[in-house]
Ligand binder design. Structure first.
Ligand SMILES: Nc1nc2c(c(=O)[nH]1)N=C([C@H](O)[C@H](O)COP(=O)(O)OP(=O)(O)OP(=O)(O)O)CN2
Ligand SMILES: [Zn+2]
Length: 140
């Protein structure tokens, strides 16, 4: 067993509200209705999304922290909330050529948090409703 610096995992939760419509431009209107049902409503609908990020890193001997949560919050405010809060997801570049499912949203959020340099991203979990949640671990 190594006596090196301990690695800790920590989670942080963020909230944003956004609207969307599940629709695939490559499918017919009829097929879109079949696949996406009520979520293909042309007027869209909204969710209060809950995002949980799990990160890991060595605990700094001086601060006792993997990373200062204030720094992570500042990053999340600029990169996540400013981008998605109170937006129509379908109108954002991220969803110009992919359906705005929560699976795809989780992958897009993964890409954003990979830019946080003070800890290693391990998981992104997105809750769309009280019944639906999706997790992404960066797997391809
Ligand atoms: N694989 C996926 N399926 C669905 C997704 C998704 O992102 N990935 N998203 C939706 C919808 O966006 C939808 O709004 C959720 O609808 P629904 O499951 O009917 O909602 P709930 O029953 O969980 O919650 P209520 O708020 O009670 O409607 C659908 N499918
Ligand atoms: Zn929805």
């Amino acid at each position: 067993m190594s006596a090196g610096t301990p690695i800790a995992h920590f989670g942080r939760r963020y909230h944003f509200s956004a609207s969307h419509r599940l629709h695939c431009g490559e499918l017919s209107a009829e097929r879109n209705r079949e696949v996406f049902g009520k979520c293909n409503n042309p007027f869209g609908h909204g969710h209060n999304y809950v995002v949980e990020v799990l990160l890991a890193g060595p605990i700094d001997a001086a601060t006792g922290m993997v990373t200062n949560l204030a720094d992570l919050d500042a990053f999340a405010g600029q990169e996540l909330l400013a981008r998605f809060d109170h937006q129509n997801l379908n109108l954002l570049p991220e969803f110009a050529s992919q359906v705005s499912t929560t699976e795809n949203l989780a992958v897009e959020i993964w890409k954003l948090f990979q830019g946080y340099r003070h800890a290693t991203l391990k998981k992104v979990r997105v809750e769309e409703t009280g019944n639906n949640s999706f997790e992404y671990f960066g797997e391809r």
